[in-house]
Design a protein around this ligand. Sequence first.
Ligand code: A2P
Length: 393
Amino acid sequence: MNQPLKQHLIDPEICIRCYTCEMTCPVGAITHDDNNVVVDAANCNFCMDCIPVCPTGSIDEWRVVTVPYSLEEQFSWAELPVQQDVGSESEQIEALDEVMAALLADAHKGAGGKAKAPASAAKPSVNLYNIGKPAIAKVQGSYRLTSEDSGTEVRHIILDFGAQPFPVLEGQSIGIIPPGVGADGKPHLPRLYSVSSPRDGERPNYNNIALTVKREEHGTCSNYVCNLRKGDEVSVAGPFGATFLMPDDPSARLLMICTGTGSAPFRAFTMRRQRMAASSGDMMIFFGARTPDSLPYFGPLNKVPERLLKKHLVFSRLPGAEKEYVQDRMMAEQEAITELLADPDTHIYICGLRGMEEGVERAFSQIAEGIGEHWETMRDAMRVAGRYHVETY
Ligand code: A2P
């Protein structure tokens, strides 16, 4: 029998196809087709450069094998194969030992880590459509959410999937495939957008979803999406994402922290709770924007009753007021956050600018310290329990 060896794999159910790992790999061992992103066992040298850059932790998968899975096999997977029984237990442990030590150290570094879905979350559908076989959605409407003179254009776009099944759960993303080719002559890759409507549709029981998209000055896809008008057809890949999901448990308490369009999944969470017959778990949001007229959904958000959603809308460029970031308001509200941290029903979600992570982590550290706790230990335990979720860009 061949000596067992460890093989690096990517979980196709969790991977969001951002290709960051492929761009990072120094030896070109990572590649993709229309379906999956995969690792070539013949080239991977276990340098681990790809581990911390993966936003979902899907890269952090390993199997002990006697014959490595081929690229073709990996391209065809909808889910990872289970660990086969190979060699003796001690041989397997030896093969995995060295790599696991390095991995564990890395997996717990930074905000990504090894993400896990909440225990009560519904099972998401993933990767039903891809670049080669996209769903074709029709634009039902596109509405500007921010004022003309706010300097930021954020739009609410509704896509109708007609008779094509496109099931999404709150917190999942879809990939929009802009038409045409890039400067390199290759077709554009899909860009990911969080769905901002709940699972039963933007309009209840319609097969439609909403997106919250900010026009970026030189953004190929954001300009394409923001220029779409009613009746236009759009190629869509996905759905993607199997961890940044909402707990189905109605007693789960949600602490949500976001900036700008990072609010998209939290709109979905809030609408889901509003449409549920009853939920005992409360929700709190810290939402940062420059000004009220550049805060997406400012009007509708203010109408959500405080007993359902405790709102902290935080502004960084309010004339005559001091600059305030979400992490500053968290410090001002540390009593409420302390109470939430102590409750095993609390789930934390962070979504938005990557830059805010550091400040939010610092706020949590100080709040935890205030009650004699070590934040990183607390956070890692919450992550392992599927109660701590980060999606930043
Ligand atoms: P500001 O840009 O005034 O410094 P955007 O409008 O660019 O999407 O940003 C949303 C909000 O996030 C803005 O209020 C922005 O503030 C704020 N922001 C920018 N950097 C950080 C950071 N490091 N931590 C928290 N909030 C931030």
